[in-house]
Design a protein around this ligand. Structure first.
Ligand code: UDP
Ligand code: MG
Length: 331
């Protein structure tokens, strides 16, 4: 299918489903191109699932993926991307905090030749201390560490070419790093200021606990973008540095014994020698193991980190549905 796939992760958002559908349909129709609404039900338990099925029954542009349980926003987005058939994938939150009316803005930027356009909630409508401040700090830290200048990685509203979306491998909470991962794969990225509204229905699914997860994910992403394909460059470097420190400590221990008669077993530098040498060897072996893992990772087939209960309205795309199910069985 040429056209647009709008991917939306939905977890217990019963009240927003209808207004969301209305707003999206209104925007999508003005675009004058084929579109599909890919609604990924991330294991909702509040009746959202039935509401989605009702929409799908009434409108063939609505495609619904029901997860067996709650796998998280990243998994939901990832599933939506895998099953998208449009040339362009747009993603946004279900809660109408992102404004569907901004979609044409993003698409216009894509048309200028960008591969990925991400939103910036410049005028964000969330609590300052618990949401905006931590988000500002996180964005600053992430920009510093990864070298990718970005204002608002937490904004789900994005548009990207499907080739780029399909190449992203999203685990854990990695959806926040999509622009960085895409940039790392060579995508041309642009940022666009988007509108943001307070949450009208339901509650946010996240609290402060995500701060720690973001920091841990950042370490993973840093490793991925810098050392993924050659772990030996990181671990081998640490190993050699450790061995060097061990050798220096050993030389100092011997020199102190010969020069000043300092007892070797009573010299703390002997401990450093042993420790640094062992650590150095461990790092080197870790680097070798990493190299083996990387080869397995790249050369074996990719597997999906989610499982789909059922697919709705994929009738004309049995190929994609069948492939998704076959992949699951194989996993
Ligand atoms: N979401 C999801 N699975 C989850 C948590 C959230 O699919 O486990 C969806 C949720 O329904 C919403 C989007 O992800 O569409 C963003 O969630 P939320 O609005 O709670 O995050 P916030 O905007 O507060 O950062
Ligand atoms: Mg929200």
């Amino acid at each position: 299918m040429m056209g647009l796939s709008i991917v939306i992760p939905i977890y217990n958002e019963r009240e927003t489903v209808e207004p969301l559908y209305a707003a999206l349909t209104q925007t999508a129709r003005t675009l004058g191109q084929l579109y599909e609404l890919l609604l990924v039900d991330d294991g909702s338990t509040d009746g959202t699932s039935d509401a989605l099925d009702r929409l799908a029954a009434a409108d063939a542009a609505v495609k619904v993926v029901h997860f067996r349980r709650n796998f998280g926003q990243t998994a939901a987005l990832s599933a939506g991307i895998q099953l998208a058939s449009g040339e362009v994938v747009v993603m946004l939150d279900a809660d109408l905090q992102n404004d569907p009316a901004d979609i044409p803005l993003l698409l216009a930027r894509l048309d200028e030749g960008f591969d990925l356009v991400h939103g910036w909630r410049k005028n964000r409508q969330d609590a300052f201390v618990s949401r905006k401040l931590p988000s500002k700090l996180a964005n600053w830290l992430i920009s510093r560490v990864t070298g990718f200048a970005v204002h608002d990685l937490g904004c789900t509203l994005k548009a990207m070419r499907r080739e780029i979306a399909g190449e992203l491998q999203l685990y854990g909470e990695m959806h926040r790093f999509i622009p960085i991962l895409a940039h790392w794969r060579g995508a041309r990225c642009a940022e666009v200021v988007t509108r943001h509204h307070p949450r009208r229905f339901g509650k946010s699914k996240y609290g402060m606990s995500r701060a720690l997860r973001v920091v841990l994910d950042l370490m993973t992403v840093k490793y991925m973008i810098q050392y993924q394909s050659s772990p030996m460059r990181l671990f081998g470097g640490l190993g050699l540095a450790s061995l060097l420190a061990g050798a220096a400590a050993a030389a100092a221990t011997v020199a102190m014994k010969l020069g000043q008669g300092i007892d070797m077993t009573g010299n703390p530098l002997l401990l450093l020698t042993v420790f640094a040498t062992l650590a150095g060897l461990q790092f080197l072996v870790l680097g070798l193991l990493g190299e083996v893992c990387v080869r397995t990772y790249y050369e074996s087939q990719s597997k999906q980190p989610y499982s789909i209960r059922s697919l709705v309205n994929f009738g004309d795309r049995m190929d994609a549905a069948a492939a998704a199910i076959a992949r699951q069985r194989a996993a």
